[in-house]
Design a protein around this ligand. Structure first.
Ligand code: ADP
Ligand code: MG
Length: 493
């Protein structure tokens, strides 16, 4: 059933979409995979190029053990098997941004195999996607084609940086499942601290393999869309590709196995080259590197450093605070947001933690996210601290201010960075809960609108809201709305 709702209706019947993703995740590490030179992004071209990276004759690779630790951690975070024996192979090909003529990668014996992650779909559903493998490899340099009309420039700063290539099983069935997969994978990598997930800077690049088949048939021929660098583009590229293949197949044609590129400006994919097979690369074990052997102890030492991951954190937030699944999912996506949220809840003074926790979630996903978007801030750079947001919620919960006034206070907190209690004091925004004061205002309003009172009494009950509005206006919005309602009801009955 859940498989079927993804089927596409063509002119000639139903089709099923099959998607498998290969993600290249740049490993967080100060030095490159086989060379001590720096990995800093944005440095002057060709200034971070050690002797091995430049392929100087006779230079030997030295494996960066920290990158191995990072790959182990990622494997554990993806519920996978970390293999105690793996091998570095040479993948041979010529390209100007690959000075040594081969990429060191792992082919037949990768460091990690057989994991999974659970993707979050619309309506709170989730689906398990199996991960075939994770292998370590070095990145190539960058060819720059748009600086000169006839020449291509080469920047080797990126060359040799450690990548983790993470390959999924062909188990996704729509563009939204593929987008949810990358979103979840990115979130896990960022929690682990093994990849910063910055897609714009190319730290996370996605190759999408897409094919169509009749339901129940064997897999069809796939096309591979290379190097997609945003989740939104991934969705667009897949949608375009589905339509392209559908048109071919419905006309009785055949999809060619090839590598394609997505052009975000045109919103379409175009052919880049025909797909090469593994044997084209003449893979063989790199004679300069020993096989990588890991002891149980080494893997265990990484396991004990594992942080709480998003799914576990989400379960805990739901159990501890009774948060709805949706809220918890949004809050845990980014580790920094989850940390901020938990700090705010911890700072609450209100007795009813669950009520406060839900209110903080509402405010975070509402006013706070909106202000962050508007001013291009993150939870770490925005002016409202977790403690101050908790303070604002406490003022609502103990009836010092109404929810409506709280919105104004929040704006002022955002602009000034001041604590909410201070602002409420300074601006005289305390809610009026003194019945006699409110009663006075009610009397004045009713006296001023004797005609409307008469109409109300003769059956025009919709006027009730008008009276409430007038009393709130007369008290600059500070009267406790509950009391205002009660008092007006009393007076008019
Ligand atoms: P490569 O692309 O390097 O040749 P693989 O053959 O292992 O590597 O496949 C890479 C990706 O393609 C995997 O994510 C796999 O799930 C996916 N894939 C394989 N066959 C198909 C298919 N027929 N349709 C869609 N995706 C596929
Ligand atoms: Mg591939």
């Amino acid at each position: 059933m859940s498989e079927n709702k993804n089927l596409i209706e063509g002119r000639t019947g139903l089709w099923e979409v099959v998607i498998g993703l290969e993600v290249h995740a740049q490993t967080i590490s100060k030095a490159k995979l086989f060379d001590g030179c720096s990995t800093d992004f944005g440095a002057e071209p060709n200034t971070q190029v050690g002797f091995f990276t430049a392929a100087m004759p006779g230079m030997l690779p030295v494996l960066n053990q920290f990158c191995v630790e990072q790959a182990i951690k990622t494997g554990l975070g993806l519920n996978a098997t970390v293999n105690k024996f793996s091998v570095f192979d040479r993948k041979n090909y010529f390209y100007a941004d690959l000075p040594c003529g081969y990429q060191i990668s792992q082919f037949s014996h990768p460091i990690v195999t057989g994991g999974y992650l659970d993707i979050d779909l619309e309506g709170g559903e989730s689906k398990r996607i199996n991960i075939t493998r994770l292998h370590m490899e070095m990145d190539a340099g960058k060819s720059i084609h748009d600086l000169h009309p006839t020449k291509t420039y080469i920047d080797l700063n990126r060359s040799g940086i450690a990548l983790m290539e993470i390959v999924s099983e062909p188990e996704m069935r729509s563009s939204s499942e593929a987008m949810a997969y990358v979103k979840k994978l990115r979130s896990i990598l960022r929690y682990l601290g093994t990849c910063d997930g910055n897609m714009e800077q190319g730290s996370l690049r996605v190759d999408a393999n897409i094919s169509l088949r009749r339901p129940g048939d064997p897999f069809g021929t796939r096309a591979e869309i290379k190097n997609v660098n945003s989740i939104r583009f991934l969705g667009q590229a897949i949608e375009y590709e589905i339509q392209r293949q559908l048109d071919i197949l419905e006309d009785g044609g055949q999809v060619i196995q090839e590598t394609r590129l997505f052009d975000p400006n045109k919103g379409e994919t175009r052919s880049m080259r025909s797909k090469e097979d593994a044997h084209d690369y003449r893979y063989f074990p790199d004679p300069d590197l020993l096989p990588l052997r890991l002891s149980d102890e080494r893997i265990e030492n990484v396991r004990i450093t594992m942080p709480e991951l998003p799914d576990a954190k989400r379960q805990r937030l739901i159990a501890e605070f009774g948060l709805p699944l949706y809220d918890a999912t949004v809050i845990v996506t980014e580790r920094e947001t989850a940390d901020y949220y938990e700090r705010a809840v911890a700072a609450l003074k209100a007795k009813d933690k669950a009520q406060g926790a839900k209110l903080i979630a509402n405010w975070l996903m509402g006013d706070v996210f909106a202000a962050m978007n508007k001013d291009n801030k993150t939870v770490e750079t925005m002016p409202v601290t977790a403690e101050n947001l908790a303070g604002l919620i406490d003022l609502i919960l103990d009836n010092t201010i109404s929810g409506k006034i709280a919105k104004d206070v929040f704006t002022k907190m955002w602009d000034s960075g001041k604590a909410p209690s201070l602002l409420v004091e300074e601006l005289g925004l305390k809610q009026i809960t003194d019945t006699s004061v409110i009663e006075q205002a009610v009397d004045t309003v009713l006296a001023q609108h004797a005609d409307k009172v008469a109409e109300y009494k003769s059956g025009k009950e919709a006027l009730f809201g008008f009276f409430v509005g007038q009393v709130m206006k007369a008290t600059q919005g500070k009267a406790n709305p509950g009391l205002v309602n009660d008092l007006i009801k009393n007076k008019l009955s």
